[in-house]
Design a protein around this ligand. Structure first.
Ligand SMILES: [Zn+2]
Length: 308
């Protein structure tokens, strides 16, 4: 009898496998390191080994996969972090497990983080959500009417590469300049801070450091340092401008803020909303903004949500 679902989040350094019953309860979870050798060709086999060692394959109803790259219609376009180019995980994994009946679905990890927060996290009960993950880069995930939205090229929600800044116009990993990611991710806040300090004569405790983290900027802003606050305001104004555009396109019930920067809690939400609301008035008086609650488990939960 098929009585389990699996949610599998494949990350650049580790893989998380969650075992769920058909009533959505997480029964167990397992981690394994991501083996990126030989262009990631062992990854699916090593996941299958773990599953085989724990479960009887014929008891699995469905498997959802989250991957760090663009996905559309269950086909992976590329996952640079894993060494993968185009990949049909659905067919490959069914063949590895030697079971054609298992339902397998695949989606981008940022979209699945949003799905996870709807399934078991802070957005539970909502059906339209936009999640922005402020980490090393910026990820974005879209859920509309409860469904994960990929887009034809798998880049739906990827607001990190929206061109937003002409002032500093910093170069981005994607090859363009002035992307949101260059000014509002954790690394972006640091880059913006350094540019800002170079262009300003104002004193700030940040000048004591040759190098510093985004957390340092946030900590000094919380302590009331004017320059740190000006830097964060500038950064979050860029983000707010993009979120206002998202609002006019999909008008989500809730914006979920995740990633390392979200550890700043309501302080960062207040910074974003200060700039967001003037841009969406008079149509919108309140939009829910919440900090993500599932952390690194969001993708695993979202992967299970995908096959429900
Ligand atoms: Zn970019």
């Amino acid at each position: 009898m098929r009585r389990y679902n699996l949610g599998i989040d494949i990350g650049g350094t580790s893989i998380k496998i969650g075992l769920f019953d058909l009533d959505d309860n997480l029964l167990d979870s397992w981690n394994l390191p991501t083996n990126k050798s030989s262009f990631g060709e062992y990854i699916l086999h090593e996941i299958a080994e773990v599953i085989n060692s724990k479960l009887v394959i014929s008891e699995i109803r469905g498997i959802g996969f989250g991957v760090p790259g663009p996905v559309a219609k269950n086909l992976v376009f590329s996952c640079v972090n894993l060494g993968w180019g185009k990949k049909d995980i659905v067919s490959e994994f069914k063949a590895i497990l030697n079971d054609d009946e298992i339902v397998i679905k695949v989606a981008n990890d940022a979209n699945l983080a949003a799905a996870g927060e709807i399934y078991k996290g802070v957005a539970h009960g909502y059906v339209n959500a936009f999640m922005v993950t402020l980490g090393t880069g910026i990820g974005g995930g879209v859920i509309i009417d409860g469904r994960v939205v990929d887009g034809i090229n798998g880049v739906a929600g990827e607001i990190g590469h929206t061109h937003i800044d002409d002032l500093y116009n910093l170069n981005c990993n994607c090859g363009k300049n002035g992307c949101l990611e260059t000014v509002a991710s954790a690394t972006g806040i640091v880059r913006l801070a350094k540019e800002y300090l170079n262009h300003s004569k104002k004193s700030s405790p940040l000048r004591k450091y040759s190098d510093f983290s985004a957390k340092k900027v946030i900590d000094y802003a919380k302590l009331g340092d004017q320059v740190a606050n000006e830097i964060l305001d500038l950064s979050m104004e860029y983000l707010a401008r993009v979120l206002a555009k998202v609002t006019y396109i999909i008008n989500p019930d809730i914006f979920i803020i995740g990633g390392g920067i979200s550890n700043a809690g309501n302080f960062i939400i207040d910074k974003i909303t200060k700039f967001y609301y003037p841009l969406v008035k008079p149509f919108i008086q309140t939009t829910h903004f919440e900090i993500a609650t599932l952390g690194n488990d969001a993708g695993m939960y979202g992967a299970c949500y995908l096959i429900k």
